[in-house]
Structures are given as structure tokens and as C-alpha cells.
Ligand binder design. Structure first.
Ligand code: F3S
Length: 399
């Protein structure tokens, strides 16, 4: 890979240990994937924040970088293993909290914004169309590539951090036009009526498109929250963090419609629900906000939960970024949800919090949330916001 003088100096250690290590990571990646050079990135989003996933080895690695490493571009964090303020209320242990705080402290010393969200685009880390970025959280990467038209590979935690310290990433994969061409036409021949239908659609498209980039037709309208739900699902059940939707996502009209065609029919959506939903009537955990709730979704929860009470022995978590929660505080939404017995889970989510064995059965709006909760040994049910909140109130899944 060709390096500029400044890049070579960074690789030689002229800017210290963290930058040298970062250059080593970026050069190694670039060589593996045949990149010719490094390109500037406008922002970075770092996954691998939960102590639950990092462990002591990860914490040690971060501390070694934090000694002299300072990020060069706007860098935000993915969810951590706990709400950084109200972790006790969410049942997190003192030992875990202590370690998680050390992780956050290391990131903070690097100059990273402690945002802890998978929806950085809702709170100010909003890339421009065609901008090169280095993000790592899969749903955010898919949203950035497909809905915003920015360009990013699906970075691992270390390669995203490396990009942040250098301000650059190797130019390969989805940074290049030739790798952004759709190669399967997905004709959607079914109407979507609720938010979880978008998760089911993501499941169906992800499975049918396999490792190809879908060009989707047949969708007339889409809301931001629907697209963020779809992004999380398609990349969880498929592989490519990029898709086009005719008349909806940027530059779709400039792409050729691929010859190979697959169809999504009502039976595919039903199959998705059948695969995602387990056989359970009892619900003891309801978590909405995967990806993290927008203020509009919180408003919707308020409309449903007002004057109701979450059932005793059921936990309702509203997962969101702290920034959106602060807006909810100001608008009075937090007070209403908490008065009903719901809890805010800021900075964290059901996939990265240490939840294994704590709950038996989850209700959620998210197909991705179901995928990860099964790994946490829960049975899962996916439905609309109303169906989820009603499950929190009754402790039953009533569809
Ligand atoms: Fe976000 Fe966690 Fe879902 S990172 S997309 S809330 S699994």
C-alpha cells in the first residue's frame, strides 16, 4: 500500500504508541484487502464497548492505547454493558459496573464522545452523502451506507479505533464504487403494516439475497424508524450492510436494476415471524429500542402506556441514547413512562448487557433483538410497539 510521508511517519512511531499501533492495523487490513492507499474519514463509530464482551484483555488493550492516543475525528461509541447512571436500577452488579466504568474512562481519555448508542445519526454523528467514514455497529453501518449514502465497511472495534487515531481508513470494499453496485433485484409484493414487519422483511431479504447487494422495489413509503429497524434486521440475518430501495434511498435511481430477481411475498413475512417467534405465552422482559429509540418512538410509547401499569415481575426497558432520553425528560415523557413502571436503559441494550439467565421470555419490536436475546437464553416474541407494551402490562403475549 502506498503511504504518504506523514502516514509513514505515523507508522514509524513519530506520533506515539497508539498511532503507530493503529497504522500497523490499518496497513495490515489494507494489504489483506488489496487497498492502494488510505483515505480520510469524516467520523468514526466504535463498537466493542461493553465490558461483557471485552473482558480484562480488552480493557488492558484500551488502556494501553489511551496512554498517548487521541482521536483525530469525531468519534462516538456503541452501547455499553449498562446504563452509565442508572445501572443499579437495571440490576447490574457493582463488580461489573466498576469494570465498565474503567472501559468508559479509557475511551474518554482518548477524546471519544461517550455517546454509547447504535443510532449516532440521531444525535449529531450524521455523515454526509458520499462521505467516507469508519463505523462498526452493523445496523448503523447499514443505515449509513444505505439510507444516508455514506461509505463505510463494517469495521471491527480495533480497526475503527485505529481509523479514529489516524483519521483515515484503507480504501477498499464499500468505499469503492464498483463494490456498491446492487446484484439482486428484490421485488416486495406484500404490504407492511407495523414496525416489526420491517424486521420480518429484513429477515426475509437477508436470507434470500444471501451475500448479494439488494435493489428493492415495491416499497412505496418508509419512515426513519422503519428503515432503522430494517437495517438492523437485514444485516443480522443476511451479510451485506448495503441496500437500495427504489424512490426512497439516495442514488437508487442511478443504479442498474439487477437481472437476478427474488420475490418477497406474504408467506415470506409469515415464515420470518414463525422463525423469530418462540412458543411462549408468558413474557417477563419487554425491551424496545433496538436500534435505540428515536424521540418519536418514545412519544408513541407514552401514548400507549399512559394510565397503565407494567405488571409486577415484568421488566420494561426503553433503550435509547442519553441524548434522546434528555429530550424525553424535557418533554415529560420520562416521567410518564417511569410512573407506569417502565425503566429507561440509556447507553446500553439487550444484546450487550449481561442478561444471560436473567429473563425467560422477551417481547420486542426488533428482529435483531430476538436474535441476540436467544443467545442470552430467552424465548422471543416480536410485534408492534402496542403489542410489546401490552405484553409489559399483562405479562402475556396475546397475538
Ligand atoms: Fe443497537 Fe443493541 Fe440492537 S446495538 S441495534 S440496540 S442489539
Amino acid at each position: 500500500m502506498e503511504l504518504t510521508k506523514q502516514e509513514q511517519a505515523m507508522l514509524d512511531g513519530k506520533e506515539g504508541y497508539a498511532t503507530r499501533k493503529s497504522m500497523e492495523i490499518l496497513v495490515a487490513l489494507g494489504e489483506i484487502f488489496g487497498a492502494k492507499n488510505l483515505i480520510n474519514v469524516g467520523s468514526v463509530q466504535v463498537a466493542g464497548v461493553s465490558y461483557h464482551n471485552l473482558g480484562d484483555a480488552g480493557l488492558e488493550f484500551l488502556n494501553s492505547l489511551a496512554k498517548d492516543g487521541k482521536v483525530k475525528v469525531l468519534t462516538t461509541l456503541n452501547p455499553a454493558g449498562m446504563d452509565l447512571e442508572n445501572w443499579r436500577q437495571l440490576g447490574i452488579s457493582e463488580e461489573f459496573a466498576e469494570k465498565q466504568n474503567l472501559v468508559i474512562d479509557a475511551f474518554q481519555r482518548m477524546g471519544i464522545l461517550v455517546s454509547c448508542t447504535c443510532t449516532p445519526y440521531l444525535i449529531g454523528n450524521l455523515p454526509l452523502y458520499d462521505e467516507h467514514i469508519a463505523w462498526s455497529e452493523s445496523s448503523a453501518v447499514t443505515f449509513a451506507n444505505s439510507v444516508l449514502g455514506a461509505r463505510t465497511n463494517r469495521e471491527g472495534g480495533p480497526s475503527a479505533l485505529a481509523a479514529a487515531f489516524v483519521g483515515k481508513t484503507p480504501c477498499y470494499g464499500l468505499h469503492l464504487d464498483e463494490n456498491r453496485v446492487p446484484d439482486v433485484h428484490v421485488k416486495v409484493e406484500v404490504e407492511l403494516s407495523k414496525i416489526s414487519d420491517w424486521g420480518a422483511l429484513g429477515y426475509a431479504v437477508g436470507k434470500k439475497a444471501e451475500n448479494k447487494t439488494p435493489y428493492i422495489t415495491g416499497i412505496k413509503t418508509a419512515q426513519l424508524d422503519e428503515l432503522k429497524n430494517f437495517c438492523a434486521s437485514i444485516v443480522t440475518y443476511g451479510t451485506k450492510p448495503l441496500f437500495y430501495v427504489k424512490n426512497i434511498t439516495p442514488s437508487a435511481d442511478q443504479q442498474p436494476i439487477p437481472k437476478e430477481t427474488v420475490y418477497i411475498e406474504a408467506s415470506d413475512i409469515k415464515n420470518a415471524y414463525d422463525s423469530i417467534n418462540d412458543d411462549t405465552a408468558e413474557i417477563d422482559f419487554v425491551c424496545v429500542g433496538c436500534p435505540h429509540c428515536s424521540i418519536k418512538e418514545i412519544q408513541e410509547i407514552v401514548d400507549i402506556i399512559q394510565n397503565k401499569k407494567v405488571k409486577k415481575d415484568v421488566e420494561l426497558w426503553v433503550a435509547t441514547s442519553r441524548t434522546v432520553k434528555q429530550l424525553a425528560d424535557k418533554r415529560g415523557y420520562t416521567a410518564i413512562i417511569e410512573a407506569a413502571g417502565g425503566k429507561f436503559a440509556c447507553d446500553t441494550c439487550m444484546a450487550v448487557a449481561p442478561l444471560k439467565g436473567r429473563f425467560n421470555a422477551l417481547a420486542t419490536t426488533s428482529a435483531k433483538g430476538c436474535f441476540y436475546s436467544r443467545q442470552n437464553l430467552m424465548k422471543t416474541k416480536m410485534g408492534s410497539m402496542k403489542e410489546c407494551i401490552e405484553a409489559a402490562v399483562s405479562g402475556k403475549w396475546n397475538i
